[in-house]
Design a protein around this ligand. Structure first.
Ligand code: GLV
Ligand code: MN
Ligand code: MN
Length: 407
């Protein structure tokens, strides 16, 4: 019953978008405002008090009988042309756990906060985890100057979203007595499906580098400038993209992706004079990621020089790999076994709000099987039965945490 509700709610939120026909819900958008309104109604109905913090994270709180706050959550922002489960499933599965407690009239020995983080994907400002970094008190002040494509700064966007940019850095909206965080998320990979497990627990979250490279050449007439001697910025960028692919392939466990490209001036009969690309580099081992990142920077320089172009290389974000907490993981594994399943442990190649939450408390994550591992794609799909298992396991997990705190 509650799994069906979670599925239905994922579909409701999946229909709230900035653009018709695709799901895209960036930080601070009106669609984001709308989903916060919908979810806060569900939180109140679940018996929670609701607040919104200075960046726009939506926080529902279910009081307990003693001290301490355990946090559950995930994010409600999306990538462009997203699926409906990346983020919202974690928020709504957490809410379903609270609804079960309410239905049983049960209070845990600690409060539970369910947080719907306002920005995890970084679609609008290029850096991930803005919501959870504020909640955890780790938001860097310099980020307030980041600009979106229209030149709107993060500080301005926060204000327009009803938040308070002045109070963002150096403060946290998480309570002082936080004891742990657990996030439910679709796996976004093929392991659970291949091994026929509905859920598994996460050993570590990958580190990532988000960079911007720009190549400047010389714009010119596509019909009259001979091929020899051109300074085509797009050819330089294209060579770099293939170099990034080859370099990541030759470093086992690493991935490198160019997902955004802007070409200027952008006309069919003009040689591209200026190209800017995004570069996303990941590896579970920070030293290997840093080595690959530095290798790509030197490749960008070499390719530019060999083509008579100039280049700039800017780091938007560096996030280190984060291990989940052994004690919380043991409780999560026990909860999975209590539900008569083997507890499979697997790493995460995706970034998650849990990586920021690890700054302030022990963290754990429960992954849910998704069809063919497809994610960041409207084809994301999960089964209702797996969501039922997830809610059951999370309920058992909270019970085990409660036992450990002397219930
Ligand atoms: C978030 O989904 C990321 O891993 O980039
Ligand atoms: Mn995502
Ligand atoms: Mn996510």
């Amino acid at each position: 019953m509650d799994a069906a509700t979670v599925m239905e709610r994922c579909s409701v939120l999946g229909g709230v978008s900035e653009e018709p026909g695709i799901l895209v819900r960036p930080y601070g958008s009106s669609s984001m405002h709308e989903v916060n309104g919908i979810v806060s109604g569900w939180m109140r109905d679940a018996g929670m008090s609701v607040r919104t913090d200075a960046i726009g994270n939506l926080i529902g709180r279910y009081e307990g009988t003693g001290n301490g706050t355990f946090v559950l959550g995930s994010h409600l922002d999306t990538v462009r042309d997203a699926g409906k489960y990346d983020g919202p499933l974690g928020v709504l599965a957490a809410l379903a756990c609270i609804e079960r407690l309410r239905d049983r009239g049960e209070r845990l020995p600690f409060a539970v906060e369910v947080v719907a983080f306002a920005d995890e994907e970084g679609l609008r400002f290029g850096t991930t985890y803005l919501g959870s970094s504020h909640y955890a008190g780790a938001l860097e002040k310099r980020l307030l100057e980041l600009q979106d494509r229209d030149g709107v700064t993060l500080a301005e966007a926060v204000r327009a979203f009803g938040g308070d940019p002045e109070s963002l850095s150096g403060t946290r909206s998480a309570p002082e007595d936080i004891v742990g965080y657990c996030e439910v998320h679709i796996e976004q990979g093929p392991v659970l499906e291949e091994r026929n497990f509905p859920v598994g627990f996460v050993s570590a979250i990958t580190g990532l580098s988000r960079l911007r490279a720009s190549f400047s050449g010389r714009a010119g007439h596509a019909g009259t400038v001979p091929m020899e001697g051109r300074k085509d910025a797009l050819c330089a960028a294209a060579e770099f993209v293939l170099e990034a692919e080859a370099a990541a392939k030759s470093e086992p466990g690493s991935v490198a992706t160019v997902g955004e490209m802007s070409v200027r001036p952008g006309a069919r009969n003009v040689i591209p004079g200026q190209v800017e690309i995004s570069v996303d580099v990941r590896h579970g081992d920070d030293a290997i990621r840093e080595r690959l990142r530095d290798h790509l920077e030197s490749k960008a320089a070499k390719i530019s020089t060999s083509r008579g172009c100039e280049h700039r290389w800017e780091a938007d974000q560096e996030s280190v790999a984060v291990s989940t907490d052994p004690e919380l993981c043991a409780l999560l594994a026990r909860a999975i076994e209590d539900a008569s399943m083997e507890a499979l442990r697997l790493p995460s190649g995706a970034g998650h709000d849990a990586a920021q939450m690890a700054e302030v408390c022990p963290v754990a994550m429960l992954f849910v099987r998704c069809k063919e591992g497809i994610s960041h794609n409207p084809g994301e799909s999960v089964e209702e039965e797996d969501v039922a298992v997830t809610i059951d396991v999370m309920g058992r997990f909270l019970g085990r945490v409660a036992e450990g705190r002397g219930r």
